[in-house]
Design a protein around this ligand. Structure first.
Ligand SMILES: N[C@@H](CCC(=O)N[C@@H](CS)C(=O)NCC(=O)O)C(=O)O
Length: 216
């Protein structure tokens, strides 16, 4: 039986796991849920009440970074470095990727004060990330788990920049090069539903934050 991914169409954490599944060519089933109205079966399954959840037989996995580690281990070749220290360093940057997704969400939906605070935090953390990117992918010529973890962030910035004129990646040259490479990655292109872009824009507009005011 293929693994089953419990998903929400706009969740960047789910997207991380879809990218890994697609990159590794693993067949899987998807079940979408409404996060505003979580079904009882989902709440029984998920200890955090959050997506993604990956069901492998009767085993329930949660937390996108953990799901990706599992998928990577059972579907070689590995998207992690062989050296333990280097692997640990990659995991640290995956953690920063999670933190950046939180900042991006606050930037996307927050009121003016929240938006400005998030934008300042993004500028500082993106500068640190920028210094680590070897290019064109995070660690060189082929995608690794850091790419899978950060791709949803770069993808959303690219879409929202086209619709608002506001781009936190602007001026971070290595990140712009990385984003452009990520956008051509087949696993990224196949990781979202076909109407992802209008859904993301509508979601941003509906939240009525400072960024929604810049939508054109
Ligand atoms: N640390 C979690 C974060 C997952 C997460 O925040 N998922 C959001 C959707 S993008 C969610 O399910 N939110 C529902 C809720 O918090 O009630 C992971 O990496 O999987």
């Amino acid at each position: 039986m293929p693994p089953e991914l419990i998903s929400f169409k706009l969740c960047p954490f789910v997207q991380r796991s879809v990218i890994t599944l697609k990159h590794k060519g693993v067949p899987f089933d998807v079940k979408y849920i409404d996060l505003e109205n979580k079904p009882d079966w989902f709440l029984r399954l998920s200890p955090t009440g959050k997506v993604p959840v990956l069901k492998v037989g009767d085993t329930v996995l949660f937390e996108s970074a953990v799901i990706n580690e599992y998928l990577n281990e059972v579907n070689p070749p590995s998207m992690h470095p062989a050296d333990p220290l280097e692997r640990a360093r990659h995991r640290a940057w995956i953690e920063l990727g999670s933190d950046l997704l939180g900042e991006q969400y606050r930037w996307m939906i927050g009121d003016q004060a929240t938006f400005e605070k998030a934008e300042a935090a993004l500028a500082s953390k993106l500068s640190r990330l920028e210094a680590e990117v070897r290019g064109p992918f995070f660690a060189g010529g082929s995608p690794c788990l850091v790419d899978a973890a950060v791709a949803p962030l770069l993808h959303r910035f690219e879409i929202l920049a086209r619709h608002t004129g506001r781009d936190p990646l602007s001026g971070h040259g290595p990140l712009e090069i990385w984003r452009d490479e990520i956008l051509t990655w087949p696993a990224l292109r196949e990781s979202v539903v076909p109407d992802f872009e209008p859904l993301l824009v509508d979601y941003t507009r509906a939240k009525s934050g400072a960024l929604a005011g810049l939508l054109r």
